[in-house]
Design a protein around this ligand. Structure first.
Ligand SMILES: Cc1ncc(COP(=O)(O)O)c(C=O)c1O
Length: 248
C-alpha cells in the first residue's frame, strides 16, 4: 500500500496500518510534503509523519519543507532487514563493492547535499513554525471571503503547510490566476491532472470512470505562495490582492 501525506498533514494512518496488518501488507508512507508533522495516535501518543508506515519516504527537493540545494531524498524505517535491503538497492544492488546481489539503482544521497541537510535538519521545527505562521495569516485574511475555502485541519495531525491551498469556485479560478499573475503573484494548481487520468496509468483506465470529488478538487484548488522567508508586507500584499479580486 502506498499512502500520501499531501500538502502537509498526515493521512489517518492508524486505520491504514490496521488494514495492512489484516491483509499482510507493507505500508510505504510518502512523507515528501509532511516532514515534521505530528500524528496523534488513538491512545494519545504522538508519532512523526513518515515513521508510522513500514517505510517512510521523503524528498529533499529545494522547494520541500526540508530542502537541499539540488535533488535528494531518503527512506526511513525501523526494520533493520528492510533498511539493509534498501541500502543495497540504492547502491547498485551491492552490499560489497562490485558484487551485485540484486538489480539496484544509483540513489545515493550526494555528500554535498547531505552536509547541507545535516545543518538544515536542526531547523526543521523552525521551518514548520514559519510556514504555520504564514498559514495563520492567510486564514485570518480570507476568513470572511464567501468564495474562498481555506485549508481544513485534520483532528489527528498537525499541519506543516508544504502548500497553502484554497478552494475557489471553478469558474473564477482562471480569472484569479490571471489577476494575481498581473500583480506578480505566482500561483500553482496541485494537481491539474488526477492520477487516474495520467497517461502512465492508461492500462488501468476504465472507460467512462469518473471520480467526482477528485474532478471537483482538480477544478477548484489553487495554491498561494508559502515559504519560510515571507514577511508581513509580502503577506499583506498577497492577501489584499486576493481579497480585491473576490470583492469586485
Ligand atoms: C508527495 C510527493 N511524493 C513524491 C515526490 C517526488 O519527490 P522527488 O522528485 O524528490 O523524487 C514529491 C515531489 O514533488 C511529492 O510532493
Amino acid at each position: 500500500m502506498f499512502q500520501f501525506t499531501l500538502f502537509g498533514q498526515c493521512a489517518d494512518m492508524e486505520p491504514i496500518m490496521a488494514l495492512a496488518a489484516k491483509y499482510g501488507l507493507y505500508v510505504i508512507e510518502d512523507n515528501a510534503q509532511a516532514i515534521g508533522a505530528d500524528y496523534k495516535m488513538r491512545d494519545g501518543s504522538v508519532k512523526k509523519a513518515g515513521t508510522i508506515g513500514h517505510i517512510g519516504t521523503t524528498s529533499f527537493f529545494p522547494s520541500k519543507n526540508l530542502g537541499c540545494y539540488g535533488d535528494g531524498g531518503a527512506l526511513t524505517t525501523n526494520d533493520d532487514e528492510l533498511a539493509q535491503k534498501i541500502r543495497i538497492i540504492a547502491n547498485h544492488g551491492q552490499r560489497k563493492k562490485y558484487y551485485h546481489e540484486v538489480l539496484g539503482v544509483n540513489s545515493r544521497l550526494d555528500s554535498l547535499q547531505a552536509a547541507i541537510l545535516n545543518v538544515k535538519l536542526n531547523y526543521l521545527d523552525d521551518y514548520c513554525a514559519a510556514r504555520q505562521q504564514v498559514a495563520a495569516y492567510y486564514d485570518k485574511a480570507f476568513e470572511h471571503l464567501p468564495n474562498v475555502i481555506t485549508p481544513a485541519r485534520e483532528a489527528n495531525s498537525t499541519h506543516v503547510f508544504h502548500q497553502y491551498t484554497l478552494k475557489v469556485p471553478a469558474n473564477m479560478r482562471a480569472g484569479m490566476i490571471e489577476y494575481l499573475a498581473e500583480k506578480g503573484i505566482p500561483t500553482m494548481i496541485y494537481y491539474p491532472v488526477p492520477l487516474y487520468k495520467q497517461e502512465a496509468f492508461k492500462q488501468y483506465w476504465q472507460p467512462g470512470a469518473v471520480l467526482p470529488v477528485t474532478e471537483m478538487l482538480c477544478d477548484s484548488v489553487i495554491s498561494l505562495p508559502i515559504h519560510t522567508e515571507m514577511d508581513e508586507s509580502l503577506l499583506g500584499y498577497i492577501s489584499r490582492s486576493v481579497t480585491t479580486f473576490f470583492s469586485h
